[in-house]
Design a protein around this ligand. Structure first.
Ligand SMILES: Cc1cc2nc3c(=O)[nH]c(=O)nc-3n(C[C@H](O)[C@H](O)[C@H](O)COP(=O)(O)OP(=O)(O)OC[C@H]3O[C@@H](n4cnc5c(N)ncnc54)[C@H](O)[C@@H]3O)c2cc1C
Ligand SMILES: CC(C)=CCC/C(C)=C/CC/C(C)=C/CSC[C@H](N)C(=O)O
Length: 484
């Protein structure tokens, strides 16, 4: 029989074992039940861009590190998996212009408030209110997904959350939108640019939607997973009872097979290469959970009409994450006070020519041991430097008086966000072939991968069972008002 007429699909492939792929496995299991076989293909470490490195006796995050308190999917995962959030550690921010610190947060709320008021008027408060307003609309997606609604395109999903205003955010720069809201160029240069630089390694000319995500990423209450964020990925793999296939998918072909009833059935043949050579398997449904972009993955699609490209337009931005266990050179930051009194943990940078780094942060381990105390800057400790290019020995010598270990990870980290957004890639590549990372074209964050995973699992379910009423419904926020 045609697969659509069967009660359930027999087998599903998920390509990619990052948070998106593992969340997809979790939600696909939730939608399709225990009977379906789910295989997850991942050639490298489970976790993808969530990864840790070991320095001394401890592990440290080198990729995705912080989670927003209102990222409800990530919160739900750790509750379901019985994992705790990492213990909270003190953080304090400063801004560096390549020569000196132009702003240093105080331990006193009132002092920070008055300093900001003095320099920028009420811009700071207005920015927080602007971010909150967007967050209110962003949160609508949780209600839609709880009621089982899904969206066939990124534009429809964004529109359902925030109407035309969300589509405008994607197609204009953060600079344009904030200037339009009355924020000054000085405020953008001094405060907003350091935030977009630490979050996405890019300027205020990123799209305003990912700009908003950057600003939300400075809210209070950010958290991380005890033992490392990648634990969520291995936990979801286990919880979803999926099979991990340690292999790289090379191509996906459309196959037609005659069925007993005389009709033909379509399958997806997933071709892959693992340690024991190459092989292929047929699946009813396939979810691609890796960016289809140059340098990220190289999957060929054959037999599809219209053809599916291996790579969508647009490039990924390089962010190099360098973890140094060493002694900070205070004079690099233009600081004359004794290192023992320097308690800043996160140094953001302005968009100044000659400033080679995006940020410099004192890093705490993924698990905070009992009695742990952040070492002062006068002691050797772990620092994380984000830069677009790898750091030279000379740059390291400028920043550190001495070091005993350096660990460098070169990430093709997130898209280069340059609005206006070209047509966003589709969630639906073919009948039962889905593309989760389509959403990353507007913003990249763990929660967005999880959200896309749930959307794709719901889409796959509704399309299999021909439940069109749960796809692309308009005005959901009005129709569901008062439902929760
Ligand atoms: C330095 C850095 C800092 C960040 N900080 C934060 C943060 O603080 N908070 C936040 O929310 N987000 C952060 N992010 C973004 C966040 O990490 C990503 O949005 C998220 O992890 C993406 O998950 P994913 O599963 O969609 O993709 P990935 O994690 O990239 O997973 C895709 C997986 O697919 C695999 N793959 C590729 N090709 C194939 C193939 N052909 N066959 C099979 N498998 C394949 C890859 O090996 C990879 O494991 C950061 C990212 C970086 C790089
Ligand atoms: C999706 C929503 C509403 C919020 C996500 C907010 C968030 C946590 C954004 C961070 C995204 C990101 C790519 C951060 C990279 S740098 C993180 C850095 N290590 C830091 O600690 O600031």
């Amino acid at each position: 029989s045609a697969p659509e007429l069967q009660n359930q699909p027999r087998s599903i492939a998920v390509v990619g074992g990052g948070i998106g792929g593992m969340a997809a496995a979790f939600y696909l299991r939730q939608e399709f039940g225990a009977g379906v076989g789910i295989d997850v293909f991942e050639p490298d470490a489970v976790g993808g861009r969530l990864a840790t490195v070991k320095i001394g006796d401890h592990e440290y995050e080198t990729g995705g590190s912080v989670i927003h308190p209102l990222n409800l999917h990530m919160k739900h995962f750790i509750e379901k998996l019985g994992i705790r959030p990492r213990e909270d550690v003190h953080s304090k921010m400063a801004i560096f212009d390549g020569k000196e610190l132009t702003f240093e947060e105080s331990d006193w709320f009132l002092v920070n408030f008055l300093r900001m008021l003095w320099r920028y008027g009420f811009s700071f408060l207005r920015m927080q209110m602007w971010v909150e307003g967007i967050l209110d609309k962003f949160m609508r997606i949780y209600q839609y997904q709880q009621y089982g609604y899904s969206f066939s395109t990124v534009d429809r999903l964004l529109h359902a959350m925030g109407g035309d205003s969300f589509l405008t955010l994607v197609n204009q720069t953060l600079e344009e939108v904030m200037m339009g809201e009355g924020f000054s160029q000085i405020f953008l240069n001094d405060i907003v640019a350091p935030i977009t630089r630490v979050k996405y390694g890019q300027s205020v000319r990123i799209n305003a939607f990912v700009g908003y995500v950057s600003l939300a990423g400075t809210d209070s209450g950010l958290w991380a997973v005890d033992g490392g964020n990648k634990r969520v990925c291995s936990g979801l793999l286990y919880h979803s009872k999926s099979e991990l296939i340690t292999a790289r998918v090379t191509s996906i072909s459309l196959k037609l097979r005659p069925s007993k009833t005389g009709t033909t059935t379509t399958f997806y043949e997933v071709n892959y290469v693992g340690e024991s050579g190459s092989a292929h398997t047929l699946y009813d449904i396939v979810v691609i959970a890796t960016p289809l972009h140059q340098g990220k993955s190289d999957i060929t699609f054959t037999g599809f009409s219209p053809p599916i490209p291996s790579h969508y337009p647009g490039r990924y931005h390089q962010t190099v994450s360098t973890l140094v266990h060493g002694l900070l050179n205070m004079s690099y930051l233009g600081i004359t006070e004794p290192a023992s009194q320097f308690t800043v943990t996160d140094i953001l940078t302005t968009d100044t020519r000659g400033c080679a780094i995006n940020s410099l942060s004192s890093l705490d381990p993924v698990h905070i041991p009992q009695g742990y105390q952040q070492p002062p800057a006068s002691q050797a400790k772990v620092w994380k430097v984000f830069s677009q290019q790898p750091l030279s020995q000379e740059q390291l010598r400028d920043m550190f008086l001495s070091w005993d270990s350096v660990s460098e990870t070169r990430w093709l980290a997130y898209p280069s966000y340059r609005p206006p957004q070209r047509k966003t890639p589709p969630f639906i590549l073919h009948n039962r072939l889905y593309y989760l990372n389509a959403l990353e074209c507007v913003a990249s964050a763990m929660e967005l991968s999880a959200m896309a995973a749930r959307n794709v699992a719901l889409l796959a379910h509704h399309r299999w069972h021909q439940q069109a009423g749960k796809i692309d419904q308009e005005d959901l926020h009005i129709r569901l008002r008062g439902e929760l």
